[in-house]
Design a protein around this ligand. Structure first.
Ligand code: GLN
Length: 282
């Protein structure tokens, strides 16, 4: 490439390579990667498509592109992912925050419309902290604890808490589903691993190769963690406590049964943008 290669030419070339590799959304991915290399917003690229790009930046962009061609997700390459329009740092120990999980945030907001309420929130399996920290942003008087089995994940979550300026209202505790922790909370949220182990091989390479297995693996049936959460619920609840649980597609009956056996009735299901029952409120 000459040093007068334009933004447009680079994007076009990248899109062609991504298309050829069978990767959907090549245009979007190329724009996100190039915007990051040039340290501009993606919409800048449209307005300045005829601007030249320096050799050094082109090289950097092609390094990113090579990684994307090996199916590494853009969020992993850039180390960050947007959730609820907030930036979250991710790491090899954390699950990539997904738009589906925003259903949990919407569900809590619907039940607690007063944003000044001083909620006490517990996030079981906090990962990047996306659920808990988003709720702390929405409820400026709220306080929260995020637990995770992975210390590395907790370090990333803490970094996110600092970046989002909520670190004075949150604590992180290393624990398996709250073992060793005491306290009662108004809101419990969890997006546990729920993929049946035999299905992990069928996942997209972006997930299978780059997401932490222990954030996906829900055991033989995919339901192991719900059994665990049903047991733990009573330890952290008072009369008015609500539990918001994310589930995988089609798991609603099985999860309702597990929770019912532990004495908890489902109040409602919230659907994600694809119309799938994604969040149960108990
Ligand atoms: N709570 C985090 C999220 O919703 C992590 C979930 C997980 O690792 N299964 O993304």
């Amino acid at each position: 490439m000459s040093r007068f290669t334009t933004i447009h030419t680079l994007l076009l070339c990248a899109k062609e390579k991504l298309d050829k590799a069978g990767i959907d959304g090549g245009w979007r991915d190329a724009r996100l990667l190039l915007a990051s290399v040039l340290d501009v917003r993606p919409d800048y690229l449209i307005a300045h498509s005829e601007a030249g790009v320096s050799l050094h930046k082109i090289e950097h962009f092609y390094q990113y592109l090579e990684r994307r061609l090996k199916r590494e997700p853009v969020s992993r390459i850039l180390g960050t992912r947007e959730f609820w329009s907030l930036p979250f740092k991710i790491s090899p120990a954390t699950l990539d925050p997904r738009p589906d999980s925003e259903t949990l945030i919407e569900a809590v907001l619907k039940d607690y419309p007063d944003h000044c309420v001083p909620l006490k929130i517990l996030d079981l399996g906090t990962g990047s902290g996306c659920l808990l920290l988003t709720l702390l942003k929405e409820y400026p008087e709220a306080y929260g604890i995020g637990i995770d089995i992975s210390l590395d994940a907790l370090l990333t979550a803490r970094e996110n808490a600092v970046n989002l300026q909520v670190c004075d209202r949150v604590n992180f505790v290393q624990s398996s589903w709250g073992k060793g922790l005491k306290g009662s909370f108004d809101v419990l949220v969890s997006n546990p691993p729920y993929i049946p182990i035999f299905e992990i091989d069928n996942l997209d390479p972006e997930v299978k190769l780059y997401e932490p297995l222990n954030a996906l693996d829900g055991g033989e049936s995919g339901l192991d963690c719900y059994h665990m959460l049903a047991l733990q619920f009573s330890l952290f609840s008072h009369r008015g406590t609500r539990l918001y649980l994310e589930i995988g597609q089609g798991q609603e009956n099985a999860v309702e049964k597990i929770m019912k056996e532990a004495g908890y009735v489902c109040a409602t299901w919230h659907r994600d943008l694809a119309g799938i029952k994604r969040c149960g409120v108990f």
